[in-house]
Design a protein around this ligand. Sequence first.
Ligand SMILES: [Zn+2]
Length: 199
Amino acid sequence: MLTTELIETKFLTARELVSPEACPALVLNADFTPLSYYPLSLWSWQTAVKAAFLERVDIIAEYDREIASPSMRMKLPSVIALRQYVRPASHPAFTRFNLFLRDRFTCQYCSVPGGELTFDHVIPRAYGGRTTWENVTTACAPCNLKKGGRTPAEAHMQLISRPEQPSTHQLQANGRAFPPHYCHETWRDYLYWDVELQA
Ligand SMILES: [Zn+2]
């Protein structure tokens, strides 16, 4: 039985692996949607080939590049689909990455995206504020410094959105706003089709 945790550990994490030379395979769930948009669910070609041999995935599309052994040749898979549907966790893990993703990598005080992002305890820890989805928000370094150990009201600063626990669906939707740096042509059918149709 495949679990989401097991699969996530196989994702390519290093950016350099997501390159044409690395021939990563886009991993789709059994319903042909990507397991994850951001980071995009990709496996190294070695993992993809192994999973294909173990009959855990179907090969949907291929690279031109081949690998060969004395007994067989095969094209490297560019898109694979899990045979068994993996149900996404309904509540994403409370991690730094997911928190930034919830807030779309945007400071929740001045709405400037990117830059040097930090975490801010809305109710400061000194006031008993806890480290939870509901009390931690994304703040740029200058806003964090300006707010200091005060509440937003004390600092005369306003949040652009109230921090809440996101659903997996919400995070996936946010992740779609960040296309990968490299996108093989065979992946396009399974990614961002709404965007493609508008273009
Ligand atoms: Zn800011």
